[in-house]
Ligand binder design. Structure first.
Ligand code: BGC
Length: 360
């Protein structure tokens, strides 16, 4: 944790910056000459984690694994979650900055509205890592996520394999989340050419506010009503929106009869896959992203260079990025989740008669 006053910090940072500039250790963006000095002052490194929400199951795993890894590396994490509210996320991030965290890890509720957080952190010499969700139009230091376009491609490909002809519904995530746009881009990479060929028709395509299952439910009800239930497949952007969509299908006696995609390998979704009401999910190993992000945060706090092979443009800069691989999971490879320790066999197959459980 930083203990210097602002002026002393600046002085130390300026001195360091002049000696580090030649080694490429001064990061991009507007944090100019203010490099953090945590590793040098021998104090415990503190990482701030500003989260959009802890509502979906995955984010609790992200938080827990990230925290455990930082602690293992000798640091400490302060977590604040904003419950899906931009103003709250902003004030919580300000709180973390004023508490003197060494690095700020942000899971943005809103890709655009979060940009000022980056500026504020940089004014205090704090580097910012965008975790899973990109922050647009800001000098983000690093971005770590999955190949999100690929996620959307997996979803649409799986649905189309089951429903190669007919009416397809797209139930998107939160319009405010950059990822939701990438998932959609990926899905449309698959769906649009098929629509142009005349095989399918995208009869409904809407985002679901704040990724809420109840918004997805409303969307799916609207899609069914508008098409007299003549729908052959549903590309839902994550497991929460898949859950809402399947609820609407259940009400029409259609659950399990048409394919529905998802993402996150949430337990409820994985159980639906085992039962047959959801076709697939996309597994994004949370262990991998949270562990890697913790290592990055600790390295950034020490002023160490972080090697990234890719960059992603966020409208302002090419952000040094690490993009991990997602994996499509359906009934046939659910065992991956069990082998990876993501879920337990008895939880996954809880609602399936025991004689139908896979042999171990
Ligand atoms: C994440 C998904 C998650 C969604 C809702 C997205 O940014 O990439 O894994 O399901 O947010 O929280």
């Amino acid at each position: 944790m930083r203990k210097y006053g602002k002026v002393i910090r600046l002085g130390v940072a300026l001195l360091l910056a002049s000696s580090l500039a030649g080694c490429g250790l001064v990061s991009n963006g507007d944090n100019q000459n203010k490099e953090k000095t945590a590793a040098k002052d021998g104090d415990k490194i503190v990482i701030g984690m500003s989260m959009d929400t802890l509502k979906e199951e995955r984010w609790q795993k992200d938080r827990d694994i990230f925290t455990a890894k930082v602690e293992e590396l000798g640091g400490e994490v302060k977590v604040l979650a904003a419950n899906g509210d931009d103003a709250t996320q902003m004030s919580q991030a300000e709180q973390l900055i004023s508490q003197g965290v060494d690095v700020l890890v942000v899971i943005a509720h809103n890709a655009e509205a979060t940009a000022p957080i980056v500026e504020k952190a940089h004014k205090e010499g704090i580097k910012v890592i965008a975790y899973d969700r990109l922050i647009n139009n800001a000098d983000v230091d690093y971005y770590i996520s999955f190949d999100n376009v690929r996620v959307g491609e997996f979803q649409a490909t799986a649905v189309i394999e089951q429903a190669p002809k007919g009416n397809i519904v797209y139930i998107g995530g939160a319009d405010t989340d950059n990822n939701a746009h990438m998932f959609k881009e990926g899905a449309m990479n698959i769906l649009k050419p098929l629509e142009e060929k005349g095989d399918i028709k995208i009869v409904y395509d809407q985002f679901s506010k704040d990724w809420k299952p109840e918004e997805a439910l409303k969307n799916m009800e609207n899609a069914l009503t508008a098409n007299n239930n003549d729908v052959q497949g549903v590309v839902a952007a994550n497991d929460g929106t898949a859950g809402g969509s399947i609820q609407a299908l259940t009400a029409q006696g259609m659950a399990g009869k048409i394919p529905v995609s998802g993402q996150d390998a949430d337990l409820a979704a994985v159980q639906r896959i085992a039962e047959g009401t959801q076709l697939m999910t996309v597994y994004k190993p949370i262990n991998a992203i949270a562990t890697k992000a913790a290592e990055m945060a600790m390295a950034a706090a020490k002023g160490e260079e972080i090697t990234t092979e890719k960059t992603v443009n966020n409208g302002k800069i090419d952000v040094p990025s690490i993009l991990l691989d997602p994996l499509a999971v359906n009934k046939d490879n659910l065992d991956v989740l069990i082998k990876d320790g993501f879920h337990k066999l008895e939880e996954v197959y809880k609602n399936v008669p025991k004689d139908q459980w896979p042999k171990q």
